[in-house]
Design a protein. Structure first.
Length: 233
């Protein structure tokens, strides 16, 4: 193998390694790695301090990506040789922080795939200062209506949820005769989120009577939402 070929192979291996670092582990692998790290784990919450105060993983510290000026001071308190675990609502802010840390010389940086929304929706524990919120019975009582019921599970801190909100507002206005809309703040209703298995924000669920007839995670278009409502009438 000549020198040029060796260099090309080396570059490909490095590129593959960097790309692999940017890919979150699956959920079970993250949990296993976190457990294996034990007391060496450095768990960073990439959300705002307000979000952190409300709900966070045991042992996590607040490390908001919004505080760029303080990034250097915060990273000096971390051990570059120890594993770092990062989360946000999904993988937006955690991905940003992960890139910043790798660029600063941290070698073992792992994101929580699906973020805190999946962690809570999967029934994993958090340190919380807010109550568990609505019970399943409370929720089911709200579903009772002669109309179709569209439930919007989101959070005021979630960027995608903010994009979806005006779409849902328009759908509610246009379909007022046949549609009732319920908005659920996910992190103030952790027990309900766990019970219903809502693992991604935002998530829409459409009910006819007490039966869910359509469910969609992400930000569907107004056309898609209205088409499913029309089909369910």
């Amino acid at each position: 193998m000549n020198v040029r070929t060796l260099l090309l192979v080396s570059l490909l291996l490095v590129s593959a390694s960097l790309k692999a670092q940017d890919q979150p582990l699956n959920f079970d692998a993250f949990e296993a790695k976190l457990a294996q790290a034990g007391t060496r784990a450095q768990i960073l919450d990439a959300r705002s301090e307000e979000e952190y105060t409300q709900n966070h993983l045991q042992g996590a510290i607040s490390f908001s990506v919004a505080d760029a000026a303080d990034f250097g001071k915060k990273t000096q308190k971390l051990d570059k040789s120890a594993p770092v675990f990062i989360y946000s609502i999904g993988n937006g802010r955690s991905g940003q922080l992960a890139r910043q840390l790798r660029e600063s010389g941290f070698k073992d940086v792992t994101e929580l795939p699906g973020g805190l929304s999946k962690w809570i929706g999967s029934g994993r524990p958090v340190v919380s200062t807010v109550g568990s919120g609505l019970t399943l019975a409370d929720y089911q009582a709200q579903l009772k209506s002669d109309k179709l019921v569209l439930v919007d599970f989101g959070s005021r801190y979630c960027g995608s949820c903010k994009k979806l909100a005006p779409i849902v507002d328009e759908v509610e206005k246009d379909g007022a005769a046949n549609l009732k809309v319920i908005r659920i703040e996910a992190y103030e209703n952790k027990a309900l989120i766990k019970e219903l298995g809502i693992t991604s924000l935002p998530t829409l669920v459409l009910y006819r009577g007490d039966q869910a007839v359509w469910k969609k995670a992400g930000v569907p278009s107004k056309t898609e939402i209205q088409a499913n409502i029309a089909e369910s009438l």
